[in-house]
Design a protein around this ligand. Structure first.
Ligand SMILES: [Zn+2]
Length: 421
């Protein structure tokens, strides 16, 4: 059997290292390429030149997305590959950049081997995925999910307005609405990303095929009792808000066991006690509760169960209970057609793979609203990401890029549509 066509790892390595230098900070050893900063825009210019040097066309749309393209034998619809090239503060080398540069490497491989593509290929580097201004702004522009109000008012943690930052980069915020692409333009969308979690490394598999991206809800919960002297208030006469919180935290495993799945997550990540003094019984416990699951009904069941348990605990401890739902983002399933295509190709390439959920959000979740979309993971060493010591073995980078290439070709060369057709 002849060896399957393969990408050239040294070229992809070189691109990743070159891009990592844009916005690199020697002190933290991380990259600072937050959306629409100077470094981010510099990286976008670098990417356009990179495509052009290789003989492909590339452009920036009105939302700041970079789109590299390669014509097929027919004008459309296109097989799109992509991810993002902005970073968190002190980010790593692979998060997002891998999915974009692997797409470029797929195009080069198609060109080198003069492979037949019925449909055109496009590579997307989406703008502002990481959340400086809320996240996934570029892909939402393409999917037509942005509103003028949001574009006018979105700001970062330092109260810098998105529209001012975009203006500084030579873009007009409201023009981002024109970046919307007719869903008919796309045939499929494929994203390769690092896992950013420990599962693939633990089960020793080089590839994860994502079946769904978790939805997430965030509550701000308040348990209100009565602050009192920690010495004079007898234990059985207190309304201790912290004891309510502690009881609830203990109930979390049971809530997941009864109403959740192995994909459910419930996290209390922030807590504030009032008055917050060592010698005072806490009169109020305020905390965040973040719930995740890949199934919308399970997410609802978890939320209902949390509410029931919190009110029962509040009664038991003589507390008042209230909560505010800060956000509710529904889960997003990936396309069965693309999942199966990835799995078939992984088998053909003799790769051991795991079908798994994604606990983190990705550009793919918005592309899934407009075209058949799939997402694959490669292992993150120690599960570390959003940090300078984020790392992935080069061998796994090669495996992921080759799986991306062959699956993209399957969509670019649908059966029955051959060179002679
Ligand atoms: Zn990412």
């Amino acid at each position: 059997m002849t060896q399957p066509i393969a990408i050239k790892l040294p070229r992809l390595q070189n691109d990743l290292l070159e891009l990592f230098r844009i916005g690199y900070d020697a002190d933290s050893k991380g990259v600072f390429r937050m959306g629409f900063t100077e470094a981010d825009m510099q990286a976008r210019d670098w990417l356009i030149k990179k495509f052009e040097q290789e003989g492909f066309s590339a452009r920036m749309d009105s939302a700041g997305n970079i789109i590299g393209s390669m014509p097929g034998q027919h004008s459309g619809p296109v097989v799109a590959i992509g991810s993002h090239i902005d970073s968190v503060p002190a980010g790593g080398m692979f998060d997002g950049s891998l999915g974009v540069l692997a797409g470029l490497e797929c195009m080069r491989t198609v060109r080198d081997h003069d492979l037949y593509c019925h449909y055109p290929l496009e590579v997307y580097a989406f703008a502002e995925e990481e959340g400086r201004f809320g996240g996934m702004m570029g892909v939402q522009a393409i999917a037509g999910e942005l509103t003028p109000q949001w574009l006018e008012t979105a700001h970062d943690a330092n109260h810098v307005l998105l529209k001012d930052e975009m203006a500084r980069a030579g873009l007009s915020a409201l023009e981002a609405l024109n970046a919307r692409v007719d869903p008919k333009h796309f045939h499929a969308f494929l994203e390769l990303h690092i896992e950013q979690g420990p599962v693939l490394e633990r089960i020793k598999k080089p590839v994860g095929v994502v079946d769904a991206i978790s939805g997430v809800y965030k509550w701000l919960v308040r348990l209100i009792g009565k602050a009192n002297h920690a010495g004079t208030a007898p234990m059985d006469m207190r309304s201790d808000a912290f004891m309510g919180l502690a009881d609830f935290a203990h109930e979390i495993p049971r809530i997941i066991e009864e109403d959740g799945t192995d994909k459910s997550r419930l996290t209390i990540g922030w807590v504030k006690l009032k008055p917050g003094y060592a010698h005072t019984v806490p009169g109020e416990a305020e905390f965040t509760l973040v719930g995740r699951d890949t199934d919308p009904q399970v997410m609802q069941d978890l939320a209902d169960s949390c509410r029931r348990v919190l009110s029962a605990i509040a009664r038991r401890h003589n507390l008042m209970f209230e909560f505010e739902q800060m956000s509710w983002l529904a889960p997003q399933a990936m396309s069965d057609e693309v999942i199966q295509a990835f799995c078939r190709r992984a088998e053909a390439l003799q790769l051991d793979y795991e079908v798994m959920p994604s606990g983190a959000g990705h550009d793919a979740q918005y592309m899934a609203r407009i075209t058949p979309t799939g997402l694959i993971f490669i292992p993150s060493i120690g599960g570390i990401s959003h940090a300078p010591d984020e790392w992935t073995h080069w061998q796994d980078v090669e495996i992921g890029a080759n799986l991306l290439l062959h699956t993209a070709l399957d969509f670019a060369r649908p059966s029955g549509k051959t060179q002679s057709a």
